[in-house]
Design a protein around this ligand. Structure first.
Ligand code: PAF
Length: 287
């Protein structure tokens, strides 16, 4: 595996690969890698002749400076994990390298970016679009891999690819979970032992809500999730919404859409965790 810090060097190497007709696959990350990231890398290695992984904690997608400063960074460990997983090129640029001048572009994702993560982290998706569009420009991948834990992020990136006419296929990959159900996330490393013991309640409550969905209304299921989690003193629900999985418009009745998605953000102490669940509700239901 080669590690590159400069855009120019990476572009030169990838031009050589393309001249040899090699397919380039890409996994963008912010580092502090866990098995969820590694499953994306494994998908990428399996489906492409060249696998590029980027590690860059992108400041423009953080609306809170403390959150950016606290974001975990484990560069040495990440390198070893990527090497073992079969990555060919690790791109780890500096902030100056990625933003030689401030990026003033604003993207308009309409409703997609106004609800849930977009509503609670203003500017977040604009920052994600800025960095991912730059990375796609530099790397020129045929396929790029994203985890479904960030379900709304995938929709935003698909929209960006469509509106910019980019030649890259977005491959969503399933969320990986710890044995107790907690969705894998770099932020899990920031949890204290006690918080780590409580955090799985998020996934467990979502799972339970999926069974309730067959005979409860959307309102009842939403209240169940929020109340169950807020009863735990170490957890505080920031939002829980059940929405159309394509438009992210909140639903009030199960028959409004097929396979609605429930998206949640919960503070466990200062650590903000997100997760989601798909509801398989029979369409004949009328509530
Ligand atoms: O999902 C992430 O880790 C980040 O949002 C991404 C896609 C690497 C952009 O910084």
């Amino acid at each position: 595996m080669k590690t590159l810090n400069s855009v120019k060097d990476l572009k030169n190497l990838l031009t050589q690969e393309r001249l040899k007709n090699k397919n380039i696959g890409f996994v963008p990350t912010m580092g502090a890698l866990h098995d969820g990231h590694l499953s994306l890398v494994k998908h990428c290695v399996r489906e492409n002749e060249v696998c590029v992984v980027s590690i860059f904690v992108n400041p423009t997608q953080f609306n809170d400076k403390n959150d950016l400063d606290a974001y975990p960074r484990t560069p040495e460990k990440d390198r070893t994990l990527l090497q073992t997983a079969g990555c060919n090129y690790l791109f780890a640029p500096s902030e100056k390298e990625m933003y030689p001048e401030p990026d003033t572009r604003t993207f308009n994702f309409g409703n997609l970016a106004c609800v849930m993560e977009g509503e609670h982290r203003p500017g977040h998706f604009n920052g994600v679009a800025q960095i991912v569009s730059k990375l796609f420009n530099i790397i020129g991948p045929c396929k790029a891999y994203f985890g479904e834990k960030d379900f709304q992020q995938i929709a935003i990136i698909q929209q960006m690819v469509k509106s910019l006419h980019l030649n890259v296929q977005i491959i969503p990959c399933p969320t990986l979970r710890e044995a107790d159900g907690l969705a894998m996330s770099s932020r899990n490393q920031l949890l204290s032992d006690e918080q780590r013991r409580k955090a799985p309640l998020i996934a467990q409550t979502l799972k339970e809500s999926a069974t309730l969905a067959t005979n409860k209304t959307v309102r009842e299921v939403k209240d169940f999730v929020t109340n169950t989690l807020n009863k735990e003193p170490l957890l505080r629900v920031e939002y829980f919404e059940i929405a159309n999985r394509h438009t992210f418009t909140p639903i009030t009745c199960w028959t409004e859409t097929t396979l609605p998605i429930g998206c949640i953000a919960v503070f466990c102490g200062n650590v903000r965790l997100i997760d989601n669940i798909t509801y398989f509700v029979p369409q004949i239901q009328t509530n």
